[in-house]
Design a protein around this ligand. Structure first.
Ligand code: FAD
Ligand code: NAD
Length: 478
């Protein structure tokens, strides 16, 4: 039997690595087991987020956005560029370098903070034991006081569109195309479908997105979703709602997709097809039958609000438990659990988890949507401000979209903030801070924002809740 640990974390994604680092910072003898390997077969830390998710997708989104700016918008600002072309292998190689730098950074953080990385597979056994099977060695039983399970999630597969090596792919494959597919199909108009559909559309693909639901982005505020759909449509994303994909097969190097909608049966031929219909918790091989940890009815590890499982010394965090599958949500859960193990009492506020879709313009929100509040019968006031009236957005030639703030009609407490526009991902952080401190729209309106900034749109929307916005005509004069 080898050394006894205070904490063993299974999974080194943003939930697991944050938990492991925080445990070690708090003086706990911590090991983190992860089985991921990179394309060269070398162990890699950082999980989906760093290797195949948040980071590589943003590297391609940023690169493709710069290309579109140079191609279509620099001239508006008096900047002439000569012949512009794309080097896809170079773009992918740069994305890989960004990933390598960050995953190497986690290795350094483990070393610096004293986390023991264990490369291989972990399985939760009963009685404070974990079975560790190294990539290149014999399985061994490890003893530990506490276990944090953070095995993440994997893409959902659908029977009508089985993945092939490189023509019908999931999000991981869609980050690796070596050239721009002239015709690209995407199944699912969710976050991945829109982000990766945007990347390849910007680089020149004709993109058709097939979405099963009749409604576009039902989790976003209706007004924001409607405007976003129009803007993405005008960029060239052909989003077809209410479609049921019935088959997809490779024929002669192309993909033939068949689908149904209210008008009947259709077919579509594309060069690549991305399947992006959601992710599911990944628990294969994780739990010994007698370990005592249970799943919920949807296959997530069952936990309470404090991420405790049914076994007192075992916790679970990140995509594998209920709640949005977002890196920052997992990280906060990981840190909370580490601090609770060390005897502190932090909480995660699930009411202020921000959501962002990194299209252009970006879509970001926190809190309730107007349709949710309406359905709950709440009384509320709305303030909104269009980037078309923002000096900074106009100066930057990036003035699409709006900020919308919803506040309780009686207390004026901010209930939801929705942003469609440039740097919405950054602007929403202000709303998260305001909501964490239970701010009213008036509080936000009383704060001074630098001029000229995009943030002023948040300020003006907050003033707009009571009809006081300066740079718009107010109908509710008070
Ligand atoms: P993961 O990151 O999935 O990590 C789990 C790790 O555990 C993996 O390395 C896995 O190999 C390992 N593991 C699993 N089982 C075992 C086992 N038994 N033994 C050893 N190791 C095991 N979220 C955002 O917030 N922002 C974004 O911009 C964003 N973009 C995304 C883009 C894409 C294309 C994708 C696919 C996802 C994106 N996400 C984004 C979601 C984000 O990646 C996840 O929410 C996040 O990675 C979840 O973190 P996690 O630590 O729970 O799990
Ligand atoms: P998603 O749940 O966001 O979207 C999946 C979409 O596919 C939904 O609109 C769904 O209605 C549709 N769909 C499901 N089955 C279908 C079918 N058979 N035919 C057509 N459409 C179908 O899932 P995703 O885009 O795969 O992303 C997975 C997870 O990863 C999300 O939970 C998301 O939170 C996370 N993620 C986050 C970010 C970010 O934060 N920016 C980026 C990428 C992924």
């Amino acid at each position: 039997m080898s050394e006894k640990y205070d904490v063993i974390v299974i999974g080194a994604g943003p939930a697991g690595y944050a938990a492991a680092i925080r445990c070690a910072q708090l003086g706990l003898n911590t090991a983190c087991i992860d089985k991921s390997v990179d394309r060269e077969g070398e162990p890699t830390l950082g999980g989906t987020c760093l290797n195949w998710g948040c980071i590589p997708s943003k590297a391609l989104l940023d690169a493709s956005h710069k290309y579109v700016e140079a191609k279509d918008h620099f001239a508006d600002m008096g900047i002439k560029v000569g012949d512009l072309s794309i080097d896809v292998p170079a773009m992918i190689a740069r994305k890989d370098e960004v990933v390598k730098g960050l995953t190497g950074g986690i290795k350094g953080l483990f070393q610096g903070n004293g986390v023991t990385p264990l490369h291989g597979t972990g399985k939760l056994l009963a009685r404070h034991q974990v079975l560790f099977t190294p990539h290149d060695g014999e399985p061994q039983n490890l003893e530990t006081e506490h276990v944090i399970l953070a095995p993440g999630s994997v893409p959902v597969a659908i029977p009508p569109a089985p993945l092939t090596d490189d023509l019908i792919v999931d999000s991981t494959g869609a980050l690796e195309f070596d050239s721009v597919p002239p015709r690209l199909g995407v199944i699912g108009a969710g976050v991945i479908g829109l982000e990766l559909g945007s990347v390849w559309n910007r680089l020149g693909s004709e993109v058709v997105v097939l979405e099963a639901l009749e409604e576009f982005l039902p989790m976003a505020d209706e007004r924001i979703a409607r405007d976003a759909k129009r803007m993405l449509g005008s960029q060239g994303l052909d989003i077809r709602l209410g479609t049921l994909v019935t088959g997809a097969e490779v024929q002669g190097g192309e993909v033939k997709v068949s689908y149904q909608d209210a008008d009947g049966e259709h077919s579509l031929t594309v060069d690549k097809l991305i399947v992006a219909v959601g992710r599911r918790p990944y628990t294969e091989g994780l739990l010994a039958t007698d370990c005592g940890v249970n799943l919920d009815e949807r296959g997530f590890l069952y936990v309470n609000d404090l991420c405790a499982t049914d076994v007192p010394h075992v916790y679970a965090v990140g995509d594998v438990v209920r709640g949005p599958m977002l890196a920052h949500k997992g990280t906060e859960e990981g840190v909370m659990v580490a601090e609770r193990i060390a005897g502190f009492k932090p909480l995660v506020n699930y009411d202020t988890v921000p959501s962002v879709i990194y299209t252009h313009p970006e879509i970001a929100w926190v809190g309730k949507t107007e349709q949710e509040l309406k359905a709950d019968g709440e009384n509320y006031n709305v303030g909104s401000f269009s980037f078309a009236a923002s000096g900074r957005a106009l100066a930057a030639n990036d003035a699409q979209g709006m900020v919308k703030i919803i506040a309780d009609a009686e207390s004026d407490r901010i209930l939801g903030v929705h942003v469609l526009g440039p740097q919405a991902s950054e602007l929403v952080a202000q709303a998260v801070i305001a909501m964490e401190f239970d701010a009213s729209a008036e509080d936000l309106g009383l704060i001074m924002f630098a001029h000229p900034t995009l943030s002023e749109a948040v300020h003006e929307a907050a003033l707009g809740v009571a009809g006081h916005a300066i740079h718009m005509v107010n109908r509710k004069r008070k």
